[in-house]
Each structure stands twice: as C-alpha cells, then as structure tokens.
Design a protein around this ligand. Structure first.
Ligand code: NAD
Length: 269
C-alpha cells in the first residue's frame, strides 16, 4: 500500500495548484499547506474551497516555511522565479522530495535547480503525463526497431485556443523517433504537406496538426509500410492528468536519495 504523504503545494490557487489539491486528495495524501503570491486575493480563501472540495481549515500563505511544517514533499507548478525562490526558502524544512512542473527555466536556472539536488530528491518534468512519457519511449523503440522504410507520421489534435503548432509534445515525440533512428529531428523533419509538390520523402518524420473545439490533447504516432501499419496513441482526457503524474512522482521521490530525476525515472523507463 502507498504511504500517505504530507504535501505542500506552491501556487495552490493556480490552475495546476487546484488540480494538485484534488489529485492529492483522491490519492489519500494530506495537504499540509500551500502558498500564493504576495497580494493574491486567494490568500483569503480556504485551500479546499479553492479546489472545489470541503474546507481544509487552511488558507494559502506567502512564505514556503509557513506552508511546509511537517511536509514530506513540495510540489511546484508556478513560475521559474517563484520555484527557485522557494527552493532557497525550503532550507531547514522537513521537505525531502520536490516535484517541479514549472516550465520556462533558462540554463542558469536549470543549473541552480541541479545544485539543490544535493539536498532533495527532485523530479522535474515539462509534461507530467505518465502516458506521454511511456509513448515517448515506445516511439523511440518503434522507430529504432522498424527502420526508415516504415513511414513515421505524428498527428496531434488540440483545442482551438492553442497558439503553437506542432505541439511541444509532438516535437518531443519526433525527437524520440529521430533518436531511435540515430539522427536529429532537424535532419529528418518533413516540411508540411501542402501544394502540388508535397510527395513524402523516404525516411522523413511528418507532422499533422488539427485544432478542434475543447480537445485537451491527442497524439498519434503511425508507422506504415505498403502492407501493415502500427499506431501508438495517447489522449489526455482531463487536465488533471498532469496533477496525477506529479502526485505519483511525489510518492516515488519520497523513497529516493537526493538527486535530480525525470518522469522516466519515476516509471522505471
Ligand atoms: P497559473 O497561472 O494558473 O498558476 C500559477 C500560480 O502560481 C498562480 O496562482 C500564481 O498566483 C502562483 N504564484 C506565482 N508566484 C508565486 C509565488 N512567488 N509564491 C506562490 N505562488 C505563486 O498557471 P498554471 O497553468 O497552473 O501553470 C503553472 C506552471 O506549470 C507553468 O509554468 C506551466 O507551464 C506549468 N505546467 C506544467 C505542466 C507539466 O506537466 N509539467 C502542466 C501544466 C502546466
């Protein structure tokens, strides 16, 4: 049986913060506390209420030290500056495991996080979907085993508000496929098929993009020859997928020595 953890959640009133409270609650962990930025009106509201759950009897606080008394793990989906400031402020706390979902760190900030890994078991990932982590590994393996005579195409579908295309996850899958073929994505990426001279070149990796309504995120990797086809597919059914992955990472990290880990380590991939 999984040990129940005492968790503290950074940015607990944010989109991911609220999802993390729900996911932690469902997994049977205790929320010891949470933080919000100075001046946030959400400092006045109970953490449970913010997440649409019964009140926990605790409001968000500004300082990580006040949110982590007795906490095993700190889960942080905020901003690079807030995450790095919190890591300093956690020194001397009971926190042993740190889960970082925040994205957008510059190289100096990445190095600062790595330096903190002598103190904590840190799991850091730009996509905490466990299914996407597995899909990435399967894509690498399929590309390697099946070779360049299998046409490899990646299709992604997202909601109509998404601004970037192909999605970062689709490009990550393309990168894994290219690695499986011992090359870089830059060298294998096909130009979008459009116009009168859009024939597929052998060995390339193609991308197709759909934007549709409220779709959270769908990724398909298809490998085909003239005679057979394999499709590896993933669908995010709820935005809580990232919160569930982060909670699973916290459970895993609580039993690890200090170090910097990825979601692939969590899954043993
Ligand atoms: P959001 O803006 O809804 O939430 C961030 C919260 O952090 C806000 O409530 C904000 O007030 C709070 N905050 C800011 N500074 C703070 C501070 N100093 N102390 C305490 N709280 C502070 O954003 P979001 O959609 O929840 O995303 C947050 C981060 O997580 C982004 O970097 C996003 O890219 C990333 N993200 C990662 C994944 C993943 O799987 N790794 C998934 C979704 C989002």
């Amino acid at each position: 049986m999984t040990k129940s953890l005492s968790l503290s959640i950074a940015g607990v009133a944010g989109r991911m913060g609220r999802q993390l409270v729900v996911a932690a609650n469902l997994a049977g962990h205790r929320i010891i506390g949470g933080t919000e930025r100075s001046g946030s009106p959400d400092l006045q509201t109970d953490i449970g209420t913010l997440a649409g759950l019964p009140a926990l009897g605790k409001n968000p606080v500004e300082h990580p030290a006040d949110a982590t008394r007795g906490a095993d793990a700190w889960i942080d989906f905020t901003s690079p500056a807030a995450t790095l400031a919190a890591m300093e402020q956690l020194k001397g706390s009971s926190v042993k495991a740190v889960i970082i979902g925040t994205t957008g760190f510059v190289p100096d900030q990445e190095a600062a996080i790595a330096a903190h890994a002598t103190r904590y078991a840190i799991v850091k990932a730009g996509n905490f979907s466990l299914g996407v982590a597995l899909l990435t590994q399967l894509t690498r393996l399929a590309a390697e085993k099946l070779g360049p005579d299998w046409d490899l195409e990646i299709l992604e579908t997202h909601h109509k508000h998404k601004v970037d295309a192909p999605s970062g996850t689709a490009l990550m899958l393309g990168q894994a496929a290219a690695e499986g073929r011992g090359a870089t994505l830059q060298s294998l990426r096909a130009a979008p098929y459009d116009g009168t001279d859009a024939k597929r070149a052998a060995g390339q990796i193609g991308f197709a993009v759909r934007r549709s309504g409220g779709v959270i995120g769908e990724h398909d990797v298809t490998l085909s020859t003239q005679t057979e086809q394999i499709t590896l597919a993933h669908k995010a059914l709820d935005r809580r997928v990232f919160a569930d992955g982060a909670i699973k990472a916290a459970q895993w990290a609580a039993g690890q020595s200090p170090g910097l880990y990825t979601i692939h380590d969590v899954l043993g991939l």
